[in-house]
Every structure is written in structure tokens, then in C-alpha cells.
Ligand binder design. Structure first.
Ligand code: HEM
Ligand code: HEM
Length: 200
């Protein structure tokens, strides 16, 4: 008999870790690059362009993930999880998705309302915006404030994962990993007990 355990699909796991690692790197790069001095000219702008290029690529991956997620329900959480934790986990996940969408959109809009074109890995993107310091400032503020909220949500998210992994040991972290997708349950004659967990 084959049992399908409550575990995310390989596509969900792959997208989670690919985007997770890129987002963490992108946040680190963003926080670092804003400390680069404006002179000598070019260095700061060069790193800004790297950040913009990665950010636009990430936006495409995030959109794919979000669209995929809308049509795929996550596996049910373990029954041992208290109601408040389920609600908190759901809220954390949807807020993380919201930040993943707002961040690149605000970054792109902020960069569009300047006189500088956006270079996507060296290629000049069509410039439809205009030079507007007010709009640039507005979207930069949204980018900045959302970055703070995003960092707080990710910290809570990682702390919760560590708690489930080391304290609760309820398999929640394993749900988001590349383990076996199926579990074979071998049934032995009644009275002899049952052996579970011969994984494929
Ligand atoms: C998931 C995607 C992104 C993440 C996580 C991210 C993260 C960050 C962080 C943490 C900062 C430093 C804090 C701040 O000053 O706002 C920053 C700055 C910045 N980001 Fe992003 N970013 C992303 C996408 C983008 C995109 C797509 C663009 C433009 C095409 C962009 C343009 C900028 C610019 C120009 C700054 C310097 C500050 C400013 O002028 O607003 N970012 N980003
Ligand atoms: C070391 C870093 C990380 C760890 C250990 C981790 C761990 C996990 C685990 C175990 C789950 C499954 C939770 C469940 O079973 O309900 C999960 C889901 C999720 N994670 Fe992470 N994560 C990390 C980083 C990130 C980052 C950086 C982001 C944001 C870009 C993120 C966004 C999400 C989202 C949105 C979900 C919900 C997936 C869904 O149901 O659609 N994670 N994470």
C-alpha cells in the first residue's frame, strides 16, 4: 500500500529554495550597495544595475511561483499544530508573498521615474517613465519600508522553521525538502505488528 505523505511537491520545494536564497542575497546586496560612496562615479551605479537586473529576474520567478501557488493548495499541516500556529503560519506565508510582489514592483517603479535608464545585465530597457523626484521618492520609500517588513517576516519565518525542526520535531521542515515523495507501508499479518517507513 502506498501512502502519500503531507509534503510539498518538488516544484514547490525547488521554487521555495531558489527564490528564498535569491531574495536573501538580494536583500543583503541592497543593504550593502546603498552604503557605497557616490565617488568615484560608476562603482555604486554598477552595483545598483546588478541589483536591478537580479530584481527583475526574481520578479519573473516570483510571478511564476505565485501563479503556480494559486492553483496548488499546500499539503495539510500536522494535526498536532495548535490553531494559533496554523493561523500565524498562513498569515506569515501570505504576507511573504505580498512582500515578494511589492518589492520588485516598487523598485522597478522607483527606478523608472528617474532620468537614468534601467540596464538589464547591460541591455537598456525601454524607458516609459519620466524624471519625477516626487514619484521616485514615493516608490523608494515603499521599497525601503517593505524591505523592513520583509526582513521581520523572514526572521519570524526562519525562527519558526528552526523551532519546528529542533523543538517540535513534527516534520514541518521536512515538508519543504527534497525527501521521498511516497512512503511505503508494509502490512504484516495481524498480531505481528506493522512496519512503517520503507521509503522510496
Ligand atoms: C525581490 C526583489 C527585491 C528585493 C528583495 C530588494 C531589496 C532591496 C533592499 C533591502 C534595498 C536596501 C533598502 C532600500 O534602500 O530600499 C534595496 C534598494 C534598492 N533597490 Fe531593491 N530589491 C528588489 C528588487 C528591486 C528591483 C526590481 C529594482 C529596480 C529595477 C530595485 C531597485 C533598488 C534601488 C534603486 C535601491 C536603492 C534605494 C532606492 O533608490 O530606492 N530593487 N532593494
Ligand atoms: C533558511 C531559510 C528558510 C527556511 C528554513 C524556510 C523554511 C520553510 C518551511 C519549512 C516551509 C513549509 C511550512 C509549512 O509546512 O507550512 C516554508 C514555506 C514557505 N516559505 Fe520558507 N524558509 C526559508 C526562507 C524563506 C524565504 C527567504 C522566503 C521568502 C522569500 C520564504 C517564503 C516561504 C513561503 C511563502 C512559504 C509558504 C509556501 C506555500 O505554502 O505556498 N521562505 N519555508
Amino acid at each position: 500500500m502506498t501512502v502519500h505523505p503531507a509534503i510539498y511537491t518538488r516544484t514547490a520545494v525547488m521554487l521555495h529554495w531558489l527564490i528564498g536564497v535569491c531574495v536573501l542575497s538580494q536583500i543583503t546586496l541592497g543593504l550593502w550597495m546603498i552604503t557605497i560612496p557616490k565617488s568615484p562615479p560608476g562603482v555604486r551605479a554598477g552595483w545598483f544595475n546588478v541589483h536591478k537586473s537580479i530584481g527583475i529576474t526574481l520578479a519573473v520567478l516570483i510571478l511564476l511561483r505565485f501563479a503556480w501557488r494559486l492553483f496548488h493548495r499546500p499539503p495539510p499541516l500536522p494535526a498536532t499544530m495548535p490553531a494559533w500556529e496554523r493561523t500565524a503560519a498562513k498569515a506569515n506565508h501570505w504576507l511573504l508573498y505580498a512582500c515578494m510582489i511589492v518589492m520588485p514592483v516598487a523598485g522597478y517603479l522607483g527606478s523608472s521615474f528617474t532620468k537614468y535608464p534601467i540596464l538589464y545585465f547591460g541591455i537598456k530597457l525601454p524607458q516609459w517613465g519620466w524624471d519625477s523626484p516626487g514619484l521616485k521618492e514615493l516608490f523608494s520609500q515603499v521599497h525601503y519600508v517593505t524591505a523592513g517588513i520583509f526582513i521581520a517576516l523572514i526572521s519570524i519565518h526562519i525562527a519558526a522553521a528552526i523551532k519546528h525542526w529542533l523543538v517540535d520535531r513534527d516534520g514541518v521542515v521536512q515538508r519543504m525538502w527534497f525527501g521521498p515523495r511516497e512512503t511505503t507501508v508494509e502490512r504484516i499479518a495481524p498480531g505481528e505488528g506493522a512496519v512503517q517507513g520503507a521509503n522510496r
